[in-house]
Design a protein around this ligand. Structure first.
Ligand code: TYD
Length: 209
């Protein structure tokens, strides 16, 4: 996909890693002086993608095959990218995504055991080769995440602790694969320390000033 004018920032991590809090803090900071930044979440973020989300997270649909899961995740991403992310970047606004392509690599690849190489290609197809300028991986031990989480688990969260362990390890491997783009942040720190680290990195990369 051609070079866009706005900046694209994604957040990744296991369930309950503190991602959504950081996403909101960063959104507020970037929109402090002008409304130049838009937030999207995955799976979902557009009408069609939210419909797909309902299927993906429905805990009654526990016979969904892992390949179907991967295709629906990337299907949702294709629509969101085409309908929202790319047009937003094209007019010079920034996008913060609460999850993007790396979630599919970590959950469907590392977690479910599907071939990462295929998933990378599937992501390429779904996003028309759009990649975030920078990705923050909030790394947290699943024990700590478990303490932070309530009981209201969706279909994927119900897959449990073992899945979260695999997903965490997979994220750390993916971060090595794309080490120029993915920044690992220690999610065990307090909220303010994490927020400051994220702002410093965005400054260093001249994404914000
Ligand atoms: P959500 O309630 O949005 O969780 P979170 O706040 O942790 O993002 O549920 C999204 C779930 O879908 C989460 O368990 C991660 C999973 N997921 C995948 O398995 N693959 C993907 O490609 C994406 C985007 C999400």
């Amino acid at each position: 996909m051609s070079t866009s004018k706005g900046k694209f920032i994604s957040f990744e991590g296991i369930d309950a890693c503190g991602k959504s809090t950081q996403v909101k803090l960063l959104l507020a900071e970037m929109n402090k002086n002008s409304n130049c930044t838009v937030l999207v979440r995955e799976p979902g973020g557009s009408t069609i993608s939210e419909e797909i989300r309902q299927i993906l997270l429905n805990d009654k649909l526990d016979d969904m095959s892992f390949r179907t899961e991967a295709l629906l995740m990337t299907g949702s991403r294709a629509q969101l990218t085409n309908e929202k992310i790319y047009p937003t970047l094209s007019v010079g606004k920034n996008v913060i995504a609460d999850r993007y392509s790396d979630s599919t690599l970590a959950y469907q690849g590392g977690g479910r055991g599907l071939d990462i190489k295929w998933l990378i290609e599937l992501n390429r197809f779904a996003t028309n080769n759009l990649n975030p300028d920078v990705t923050f991986l909030l790394d947290l031990h699943p024990n700590e995440a478990l303490n932070r989480r309530g009981n209201d688990n969706d279909r994927i969260e119900k897959a449990g602790f073992e899945l979260q362990m695999k997903v965490r390890n997979s994220y750390l491997e993916i971060a090595k694969l794309f080490d120029d783009r993915i920044v690992i942040i220690d999610g065990h720190q307090n909220q303010n320390a994490i927020h400051t680290e994220i702002l410093n990195e965005l400054n260093r990369r001249k994404i914000i000033s």
